[in-house]
Design a protein around this ligand. Structure first.
Ligand SMILES: C[S@@+](CC[C@H](N)C(=O)[O-])C[C@H]1O[C@@H](n2cnc3c(N)ncnc32)[C@H](O)[C@@H]1O
Length: 336
């Protein structure tokens, strides 16, 4: 197809191309061509070419550029993909299909350095997953969520981008000056934005690598002065186990308990950390028949006679497995 091109000596080619790009005159749908000592740069409209270039504009055949495509256009079907910074996560049981999807992602217009497939469930106390690395090799990335940046290595720490909306819901409830304790903080996706809202945040995690990232993420987002990272078992925030002086008992205006499956084991600690009036965000995974009952009963039992317990919100966060939900209870503890 014949299109208008700026013809220029090869030595000036890059400088002229840059000027044309600045003037939005470049035709990105057609290839630049080189012929002997001349270079032919397709332009959208001869009138858009800056006059001071004194350009020689010719009509010339130009090949159409291969436009980058989406993975779905390359594959002919919509793959299930999740983005985490410049990592793309594939969710595929069939290894061959996972590789096909990874190849398509890398060939597509998706900005991506690494493609991973889930190789295990989330496991162990530190809630970390194993991965098959299908393309690239770097499992560390910087992920952006609601205006905050989090550096993390998915092979070393827990992080789920799917919880972004839920985290934002909780963070929006935070008032300046309150004391919040994130009992299972990971790399800080609750703790850091809570500090941005003006809270003083104690953020604890058993995973030392997660706490190292949390410290970096607090600094990266300008709130290092309002986040106190603690590496270790959250139970040790109450009195410590070996006579050390960490003691956050009776201090919290807000507690975040994002350790579904076993948060109930930490309710005694939560009650000990709670101040006179404390909001608790309690995450749980339960059967659809009674998603909120077990958590509510466990919280009431732990609070005993010390606190009045008011359930303010019962929220289904997401479907977890067939007939099972990941839920959140927002509960207010008021000292009697
Ligand atoms: C489901 S992850 C949640 C992390 C973070 N809140 C988030 O939303 O990304 C639970 C975290 O609890 C930590 N953890 C498990 N047991 C703990 C304990 N006894 N004390 C403190 N942290 C613990 C794990 O290392 C893990 O990072």
């Amino acid at each position: 197809m014949s299109v208008p091109c700026v013809a220029v000596e090869r030595e000036r080619g890059e400088a002229v191309r840059e000027r044309l790009a600045e003037a939005d005159a470049l035709d990105g749908d057609h290839e630049i061509a080189v012929d002997c000592d001349a270079i032919y740069i397709p332009v959208v409209d001869p009138e858009a070419v800056p006059a001071d270039l004194d350009a020689n504009i010719v009509e010339r055949e130009a090949a159409e550029r291969d436009r980058p495509q989406t993975p779905a256009e390359i594959l002919g079907y919509e793959p299930s993909l999740e983005r985490l910074g410049d990592i793309v996560i594939v969710d595929e049981d069939d290894d061959e299909r996972a590789r096909e999807i990874a190849d398509a992602v890398m060939a597509s217009d998706v900005p991506c350095e690494t493609v991973l497939n889930r190789a295990s469930p989330i496991e162990g106390e530190l809630r970390v997953r194993q991965w098959d690395v299908l393309a690239g090799d770097d499992t560390e990335t910087v992920h952006r969520e609601y205006g905050h940046e989090f550096r993390l290595d998915v092979a070393e720490v827990y992080f789920s981008p799917r919880l972004a909306t839920e985290r934002h819901r909780v963070i929006e409830q935070v008032d300046p000056e309150e004391t919040a304790i994130d009992m299972f903080a990971g790399v800080g996706p609750y703790a850091v934005p809570m500090a941005t809202r003006g809270a003083d945040v104690v953020a604890c995690d058993l995973n030392e690598r997660a706490v190292a990232y949390l410290r970096e993420n607090a600094a990266r987002n300008g709130v290092a002065d309002r986040v106190t990272p603690v590496a270790g078992d959250v139970r040790d925030l109450v009195g410590g186990t070996d006579g050390d002086d960490i003691d956050y008992a009776d201090t919290a205006d807000r507690l975040v308990m994002n350790l579904p499956h076993s948060a109930d084991e930490f309710l005694d600690t939560a009650v000990a950390l709670a101040g006179d009036d404390c909001a608790v965000h309690y995450y749980d995974i339960q059967h659809e028949d009674d998603s909120f009952g077990p958590g509510t009963r466990a919280i009431r039992e732990a609070a005993g006679d010390e606190y009045e317990v008011a359930v303010e919100t019962e929220r289904v966060v997401r479907s977890y497995a067939p007939h099972e939900y990941n839920v959140c209870l927002d509960v207010r503890l008021t000292r009697v």
